[in-house]
Design a binder for this molecule. Structure first.
Ligand code: F6R
Length: 612
C-alpha cells in the first residue's frame, strides 16, 4: 500500500500535496510526510494521519513550488516519525518517497554500510536513496541516470519519486508492480499513486508501465525511458474529470472492476503479514493482544450482511484451526437481546465501512461489559476502527459498488491470517500444517486470478437463467456461508428471490420448492464433503431441478450429474471460500446486467448503513 503524490509547477506545492494525501489516505494510515524544495529541502513527517502531519507542521516554512508527499502503510519498521517517508540520502542532497517493498534491501544495506553509510530508519526505502546517492556520486551522474542504475540492482516492487536539491527543476519517478500516474497540466506536472489527487487540476494523464522511469521538468516537459535506457513515447490518456469515472478504469461498473481487483486486493491484505519463504504469519494489530485472544473463553463475532457471512467462515476457520469456540451474531439482534458477555470474551466486529450503526452499537455494548474488542474494517479511520481496542485493516481500497465483493474476500483473507496466527500461538496445528497453510495462502491471489477465467462460462450460464424468479444456493461446511453470500448477491442487485441453505438441510423444507423451473446452485469444491454433496445433487435432479455446480477443476463425477458446471482451481479446504465465491459474484453481476439493473446502485440500498 502507501500513497504517493508529487507536484512541480508554478503553484505552491504544499496545499496540493496535502489535498492529494487526504485523497490517498485509504492506501495507508500510519504516518505521512512531505518534502518541499525552495532554497533548501524541507522535510516534515509524522506518525499518524495527514491531519496529524498538518498539525505538526503548524506555521513552519512550507513555501516552494516543487514537492513530494507520502502516506504510509508500514512494511519495514514500525509506524513512527523516523520510519515515515520522505527519506533523505546521507548527505541530505536527495529525498525519496516509495510505495512497495525492496526485497533485497538487507544485502544492499550491508554493502552500503561497508562503504561507510549509516541509516536513521529501519526502512528499505532509506537504503534505496543511499544506493542512488552512492551511484550518483561515484559516477558524477544526473539524478535520473543514478535512479535508473540503482533500480537495476533492486529486487521488489516500487513506485518512487525522487528530488535532487542540486538539480532542482525536476522530479524523477519510476514504477514496478506499484501504480504510478503522471498528470500533465499547464506548465505543471503531478505524480500520484492514482488519479484521484490529480483530476481536479488536469484530465491529461500518463500511466507509467512497469520498469519505466519518468522525468518531469518545467523546462523540458515529460520524458519517459525504460530501465534499459530506451526512450519511451508516453501515451497520454484523457480522463473524464469525474473522479468516479477514472476509478472505474474502463469497467462499466465498479462492481465488475472490484471483482477483478481481487487478486491484487487479497495480495495487499497479506502483504507484510504473510511470509511464505520464512514461514510466518504476523498481524500487527494482534501482537499486543495475541495471548489474551488465544486464551479467550470464546470469540463472539458481530457483523451485518456480507460481513456477517465472512464471520460465519471465521467460525469454521477459528474453531477448526485454533480450537477457540466462536459465536457469530447479527449485530442488530445481539445488541438488543441482553447477551451474556464476560471479560474473558473477545468480540470481533467485521465491517467494510466501519460505520454500520448496529455493528458499532454491538461493539460499544461489548466494550461496556468488559470484553476485549477487535475490529476488522476496510475504511481507514472509521468509527469501528477507532472504537475497538485493537484491529486490522483489510486494505482492499475504496469499495464503491454497493454489492460487497473485494471487501468480502479481504475479510476472509484477514480472518484466515488471524486463525493461523492464533493456531500457531496455541499450538493447535503442527509446524508442517502451519507451513502448508502459509504456502497455500501465498498461492491464493494467483488462484483467484485463474478462477476469474470462468467469466465467459458464467456469462453463458447467466443467459439461460436470467429470467428465473427464484433460485436456491446450497453448500456444506466452509461453502455453506458462500451459498448464503451467493444468494445475497443475486437478491440485492438482480432482485431475484434467492435462498442459501446448508445442502443437507434442503430435505427439511426447501426441497418442496424444487421443480424444473428452479435453478439450484451447488458449491461443491470442498473435498471432505464431496460424496455427500453428490447425494444432495442427486436429490435435486430426482425432482427435475436445474443444477449449476461449482466444482474443482477435473471433477469428472459432477460433470456427469450436473446440468452445468463451473470449474475453479482447488485449494486447501479452509481457503475454499476465497475461490468459490468468485463465480457467485460474477453470476450475480452478469444476471443483473442482463436484466438491465443498475448494478452499482441497486434500489433501496446504501453502501454504508449508518442508521438502525
Ligand atoms: C452486501 C453488502 C451489505 C454489507 C452490510 C454491512 O453486498 O454490502 O450486506 O455487507 O451492509 O456493511 P459493512 O460491512 O460496511 O458493515
Amino acid at each position: 500500500m502507501c500513497g504517493i503524490v508529487g507536484y512541480i509547477g508554478s503553484k505552491e506545492a504544499y496545499p496540493i500535496l496535502i489535498k492529494g494525501l487526504k485523497r490517498l489516505e485509504y492506501r495507508g494510515y500510519d504516518s505521512a510526510g512531505v518534502a518541499i524544495l525552495n532554497d533548501s529541502l524541507n522535510v516534515y513527517k509524522k506518525k499518524g494521519k495527514v491531519n496529524d502531519l498538518i498539525k505538526s507542521i503548524g506555521e513552519s516554512n512550507t513555501q516552494g513550488k516543487t514537492g513530494i508527499g507520502h502516506t504510509r502503510w508500514a512494511t519495514h519498521g514500525i509506524p513512527d516519525d523516523n520510519n515515515a517517508h520522505p527519506h533523505m540520502s546521507g548527505s541530505e542532497r536527495l529525498v525519496i518517497i516509495h510505495n512497495g517493498i525492496i526485497e533485497n534491501y538487507s544485502t544492499i544495506k550491508i554493502w552500503l554500510e561497508s562503504q561507510g553509510h549509516t541509516f536513521k530508519s529501519e526502512t528499505d526505502t532509506e537504503v534505496l536513496i543511499h544506493l542512488i546517492e552512492e551511484i550518483q556520486e561515484e559516477g558524477g551522474l544526473l539524478i535520473e541516470e543514478a535512479v535508473r542504475l540503482a533500480l537495476t540492482k533492486v529486487v521488489g516492487a516500487y513506485a518512487i519519486a525522487v528530488i535532487d536539491r542540486l538539480d532542482p527543476n525536476k522530479i524523477v519517478a519510476a514504477r514496478k508492480s506499484s501504480p504510478l500516474v503522471v498528470g500533465i497540466g499547464e506548465g505543471e506536472f503531478f505524480i500520484a499513486s492514482d488519479a484521484t489527487p490529480i483530476v481536479e487540476y488536469t484530465n491529461q494523464v500518463v500511466y507509467l508501465d512497469d520498469n519505466e522511469i519518468a522525468v518531469v521538468s518545467i523546462e523540458e516537459g515529460l520524458k519517459v525511458m525504460n530501465i534499459k535506457k530506451e526512450i519511451q513515447i508516453p501515451l497520454i490518456h484523457e480522463i473524464d474529470l469525474k473522479i468516479e469515472a477514472i476509478e472505474k478504469e474502463g469497467y462499466d461498473y465498479f462492481m465488475h472492476k472490484e471483482i477483478y481487483e481481487q487478486p491484487t486486493t487479497i495480495a495487499d491484505c497479506m502483504r507484510g503479514r504473510l511470509n511464505v519463504q520464512e514461514g510466518w504469519v504476523r498481524l500487527g494489530g494482534l501482537s499486543q493482544y495475541k495471548n489474551r485472544i488465544s486464551k479467550a473463553n470464546r470469540i463472539i463475532i458481530v457483523a451485518c450482511g456480507t460481513s456477517w457471512h465472512s464471520g460465519l467462515i471465521a467460525e469454521y476457520l477459528i474453531e477448526d484451526l485454533a480450537r477457540i469456540p466462536v459465536e457469530v451474531e447479527y449485530a442488530s439482534e445481539f445488541r438488543y437481546r441482553n447477551p451474556i458477555i464476560s471479560e474473558n470474551d473477545v468480540v470481533i466486529a467485521i465491517s467494510q465501512s466501519g460505520e454500520t450503526a448496529d455493528t458499532l452499537a454491538a461493539l460499544e455494548l461489548a466494550k461496556r461489559m468488559g470484553a476485549l474488542t477487535f475490529g476488522i474494517c476496510n475504511v481507514v479511520g472509521s468509527s469501528i476502527a477507532r472504537v475497538t481496542d485493537a484491529g486490522s485493516y483489510i486494505h482492499a481500497g475504496p469499495e464503491i459498488g454497493v454489492a460487497s465483493t473485494k471487501a468480502f474476500t479481504g475479510q476472509v483473507t484477514l480472518l484466515s491470517l488471524l486463525a493461523l496466527s492464533l493456531a500457531n500461538e496455541k499450538g493447535t496445528i503442527s509446524r508442517s500444517q502451519y507451513q502448508e497453510y502459509i504456502t497455500e495462502l501465498g498461492q491464493i491471489p494467483a488462484k483467484v486470478k485463474a478462477a476469474l477465467s470462468c467469466n465467459e462460462r458464467v456469462k453463458e450460464i447467466s443467459t439461460k437463467i436470467q429470467n428465473t424468479t427464484n433460485a436456491l444456493y446450497l453448500g456444506r461446511g466452509y461453502n455453506f456461508p458462500v451459498a448464503l453470500e451467493g444468494a445475497l448477491k443475486l437478491k440485492e442487485i438482480s432482485y431475484i428471490h434467492a435462498e442459501g441453505y446448508p445442502a443437507a438441510e434442503m430435505k427439511h423444507g426447501p426441497i418442496a420448492l424444487i421443480d424444473e423451473n428452479m435453478p439450484v446452485f451447488v458449491i461443491a469444491t470442498n473435498v471432505s464433503a464431496h460424496e455427500k454433496i453428490v447425494s444432495n445433487i442427486q436429490e435435486v435432479k430426482a425432482r427435475k431441478g436445474v443444477v449449476i455446480a461449482v466444482v474443482n477443476e477435473g471433477d469428472k463425477i459432477l460433470e456427469k450429474i450436473a446440468d452445468y458446471i463451473i470449474e475453479i482451481p482447488s485449494t486447501l479446504e479452509p481457503f475454499t471460500p476465497l475461490l468459490s465465491v468468485i463465480p457467485m459474484q460474477l453470476l450475480s453481476y452478469h444476471i443483473a446486467v442482463m436484466r438491465g439493473c443498475n448494478v452499482d446502485q441497486p434500489r433501496n440500498l446504501a453502501k454504508s448503513v449508518t442508521v438502525e
